[in-house]
Design a protein around this ligand. Structure first.
Ligand code: WT7
Length: 642
């Protein structure tokens, strides 16, 4: 990826920012590096309420770590009770359903809802140490369910509502959950996503589940199993609106979130309470520069880690007002998000590059219809943001005024590890810039030795940080093997990266996405980024294809913008374009035009599937996270027609 331009923060932005300049950023980093215990103790005291203090800030016995050892706290208390005096009447959630229904929940109201639901759970015998699966649409009750569990110490695992019955069943079983909280359904592109039906199918294989609580959202017909299933409103009827939060150990398991690994079986990533809460609250200020009067909108679903850390726990712990939207960005039309930004006067907007590219493809007229002048900060997460999308986001959505925080992190890291502090760090489109305080990120070779700046290598984190995963649920061996064995004792991210002369990190994608063409290391991202700079290309996914002579050859799957037609002429032009943009060695062997790319439900392109298609012309691996199976069938059969 080449460096296009540098965007320093504007003096007006810096003047008001929590971290106003590079010196302030460097001072934080220095303190965290030199005195980590003091630094994190100070952050924990400042950002989190503790019922009892720790006797050790952290204990690191690689690969296992404990933070704030001996302390007691509660995530639900931190997100609600501690705000009551000052923020009781402040809106916590500004909710908009896809059909257009709207609700505002103040902190006091959210607190009451959570207490009532927690009391009902308590009355039914649920206690700290129990596990619950939450399989719900994007409605405020999903937040209520999470915070009610956290209040009692019930470890929750949210399963994204787009997951199939099969995926849900695997998660209920792996977690051995006795409680499932779900809904009749939710709205997506005007259609009902029938969650209870899928839950019923999953539950047929889960005899251990004792209670299924069902929220009425769509009003659709559902089957209720006598003795097991209950409506949410019946379940909590008569429960008192006041329920003290359990003082829990700082290392109490807060949630398990399943993510796909390299094998077919998903990994249950375990996050605990005190360190997680400290870190996500700090980063709300460092990265999102959150202020009391901000209207904050993270578009992620609660089913992903972004939803956990930056829609629920981070912003609510920091006392923010959060927008929550149930549905699709293109329903009823491609300006739904911009309409919402304008209606609620959103100031901070956080989304994914894949969404940005989809919106970009629809043209500038949609955002132009709405007043986006309230925006002051934009964010991006999930994959590298290609410079073309970055520039569009900056110019068309941010009107050139808003810094863009490109935030690098993972389900496993719990919070943002590499990102600009927007008042301090000049931006380079396509770079997640610099690490947070206390994050010892490095680019290393196979042996764990740092590589020179400008050279590609593996991204690792040398020291433990408060919000890191603690283990893989039920499989500590896999935890050690996956994350701490490649380079013993050091957290291996699985990403390739390069650090430039200014110390900026350029994430090049997963290491299994690295191609080697004639001995040249080439990132799939680099080629994709080049392709999407071409005016005809909407999206591109690139994989290495086995090649007799060069080892691997570059194979590109390309979708086109409206008004462009696939054809040999354009394929030739694109191959030439890439050769010109990167170098002749990068010239793609093959361009395959397609209507759509296979994506996970969180919008990540599943390159693994594309690799399988170009290698073996079939797909055998785990496809439970795939959004549209049809895409794969069409792509796989395309070869046979060739
Ligand atoms: C992988 C983690 C973190 C929440 C969403 C994804 C990629 C994530 C960036 C970024 C380049 C990024 C990495 C990482 N990734 N953010 N800003 N720039 N790559 O969580 O599903 O656990 O995926 O997403 O490859 O390892 P996840």
């Amino acid at each position: 990826m080449q460096e296009l331009s540098l965007y320093p923060p504007s003096p007006e932005f810096s003047a008001r920012a929590h971290v106003p300049d590079l010196d302030a950023y460097q001072a934080l980093r220095r303190r965290a590096a030199e005195h980590p215990e003091e630094f994190w103790a100070e952050m924990a005291e400042k950002e989190v309420h503790w019922f009892e203090k720790w006797h050790h800030v952290f204990e690191w016995h690689p690969p296992f770590v404990k933070w704030f050892v001996g302390a007691k706290t509660n995530a639900s208390y931190n997100c609600l009770d501690r705000h009551m005096a000052r923020r009781g009447a402040k809106p916590a959630i500004l909710f908009e359903g896809e059909p257009g229904d709207r609700r505002v929940l103040t902190y006091a109201e959210l607190h009451q809802h959570v207490c009532r639901f927690a009391n009902a759970l308590k009355a039914r015998g649920y206690r700290a140490g129990d596990r619950a699966i939450i399989y719900m649409p994007m409605v405020p009750e999903s937040v209520v369910a999470m915070l009610a569990c956290a209040r009692l110490g019930i470890t929750h695992s949210v399963v994204f509502g787009g997951f199939s019955a099969e995926a849900l069943k695997a998660r209920i079983q792996d977690l051995d959950a006795h409680l499932v909280i779900t809904a009749d359904g939710g709205w997506r592109r005007g259609r009902e996503v029938r969650l209870k039906d899928a839950a019923d199918e999953a539950l047929a294989g889960c005899p251990g589940v004792r209670d299924v609580i069902v929220l009425r959202r769509t009003g659709g017909q559902v089957r209720m199993q006598e003795g097991r299933d209950q409506w949410w409103h019946d379940f909590e009827a008569g429960a008192a609106p006041d329920c003290p939060a359990e003082p829990l150990d700082a290392e109490h398991p807060l949630f398990v979130l399943y993510t796909s690994g390299t094998t077919g079986k998903p990994k249950g990533i375990l996050h605990t309470t005190g360190g997680y809460l400290t870190y996500v609250t700090c980063t709300m200020k460092w990265v999102f520069d959150l202020k009391e009067d901000d209207i904050y909108w993270c578009t992620a679903d609660i089913g992903w880690v972004t939803g956990h850390s930056y829609l629920v726990y981070g912003p609510l712990s920091a006392g923010a007002t959060c927008v929550m939207y149930e549905g699709a960005p293109d329903y009823p039309a491609w300006d739904r998000w911009w309409e919402i930004v304008a209606r609620y006067r959103v100031t901070i907007f956080y989304t994914s590059p894949t969404a940005i590219r989809a919106l970009l493809k629809q043209g500038d007229a949609w955002p132009a219809k709405h007043d986006l002048s309230s925006l002051r900060l934009l964010g991006s997460v999930g994959e590298p943001i290609n410079p073309a999308a970055w520039e569009w986001y900056h110019r068309v959505i941010g009107h050139g005024r808003c810094p863009i925080v490109d935030t690098w992190w993972q389900t496993e890291t719990g919070g943002i590890l590499i990102a600009p502090m927007p008042g301090a760090v000049p931006l380079k489109p396509g770079s997640a810039t610099l690490p947070m305080p206390g994050i010892e990120a490095e680019v290393v070779d196979f042996h764990g030795n740092p590589v020179p700046d400008g050279t590609e290598g593996f991204l690792v984190i040398r020291r433990p940080w408060p919000s890191m995963l603690r283990t893989i649920w039920g499989d500590p061996q896999r935890y050690e093997q996956q994350y701490f064995s490649r380079i013993p004792g050091i957290y291996f991210t699985g990403d390739a990266a390069r650090r430039d002369a200014d110390g900026y990190f350029w994430i090049l994608g997963r290491v299994d996405d690295v191609m080697n063409v004639s001995g040249h290391r080439l990132s799939t991202m680099e080629v994709e980024s080049a392709l999407v700079r071409h005016p005809a290309v909407a999206e591109a996914a690139v994989v290495g294809k086995p090649h007799e002579i060069t080892g691997q050859a570059v194979c590109c799957f390309v979708t086109l913008k409206q008004g462009y037609e696939p054809g040999d002429g354009l394929a030739k032009e694109l191959r030439q374009w890439v050769a010109h943009e990167i170098g002749a060695f990068a010239r793609p062997e093959e361009i395959r035009f397609t209507e759509a790319l296979p994506k996970t439900r969180s919008g990540k392109i599943m390159r693994r599937l594309l690799r399988e298609i170009v290698t073996s012309h079939t797909v055998t691996g785990d496809v439970t996270t795939l959004e549209d199976m049809g895409v794969i069938t069409r792509l796989a059969s395309q070869h046979d027609e060739d």
